[in-house]
Write a protein that binds this ligand. Structure first.
Ligand code: GLP
Length: 242
């Protein structure tokens, strides 16, 4: 694993965007796994800058998002579909039909999970999976558990995850109870994983995920098994690492 710690959030954003732009420059048909949450916003805005400066085109790229809430209309401002439009897709030349996000409003959620997994299979291996990290060690919405599921599945969100995400909603009650998420197996199959973490409040979980035992109680710890893991941290998030 390659851990890079940055003095400023701007440097971290630039480094994250450079990895993605560099990949797309060398492989214009790259298949990207994308994340949401507060963490990647600065990286996405840097990528939009790269595109506007003519450094990179996303016309042939295919993307798969990690997860989506169950039961939020796609047009809801906090659906991950709206988030991706707002922060990335709406500003790039990527065709809408190459951007995939699980449908959290599908009438049959289990069938939707199978469909999504099949789409990823058909696209081939993800060339890169971008990840944030939950305070409890979740990646995507794979919550700590005595067992983790390999493929895309429906998950009931941990209370601490709903509380952490309540900042994006009017009240805690408005945060959905469930989500669809790629499984840890799907994530680990990506050729390269870029884990991005910011903030002192995540220093403990960064330490546990990267140096603690590999255990399903800390889903991010499974990333230690990946042959090509790059970790981008700000100083605060990396403060507990030697
Ligand atoms: C969210 C998302 C994850 C994200 C994580 C951290 O709930 N499902 O993909 O990485 O939790 O979020 P944030 O970046 O806002 O701290």
């Amino acid at each position: 694993m390659n851990i890079l710690t940055f003095d400023s959030s701007e440097q971290l954003n630039e480094a994250g965007a450079n990895i993605i732009s560099g990949l797309v420059q060398t492989n214009p048909r790259a298949v990207l796994g994308l994340a949401t949450g507060g963490t990647p916003v600065g990286i996405y805005s840097h990528l939009v800058g790269d595109y506007r400066r003519g450094l990179v085109s996303f016309r042939q790229v295919t993307t798969f998002n990690l997860d989506e809430y169950v039961g939020l209309p796609a047009s809801h401002p906090e659906s991950y579909s709206s988030y991706m439009q707002r922060h990335l897709f709406g500003h790039l030349d990527i065709p809408a039909d190459r951007t995939y996000i699980p449908d959290g409003n599908a009438p049959d959620l289990e069938a939707e999970c199978r469909r999504y997994e099949q789409l990823i299979d058909t696209a081939g291996q993800l060339d890169l999976q971008l990840l944030g990290l939950g305070h409890n060690g979740h990646i995507g919405f794979n919550e700590p558990s005595h067992a983790l599921l390999r493929g895309t599945h429906v998950v009931t969100l941990a209370e601490e995850t709903r509380k952490a995400n309540a900042r994006f909603f009017p009240t805690l009650q408005d945060v959905p109870q469930q989500a669809i998420t790629m499984g840890v197996g799907t994530i680990l199959q990506a050729k390269m994983i870029v884990l991005v973490v910011r903030g002192a409040d995540k220093a403990d979980i960064v330490h546990r995920a990267l140096t603690g035992p590999i255990a399903t109680e800390c889903p991010a710890s499974l990333l230690q098994t990946h042959p090509h893991l790059v970790v981008l941290l700000d100083k605060a998030a990396g403060s507990r690492l030697a």
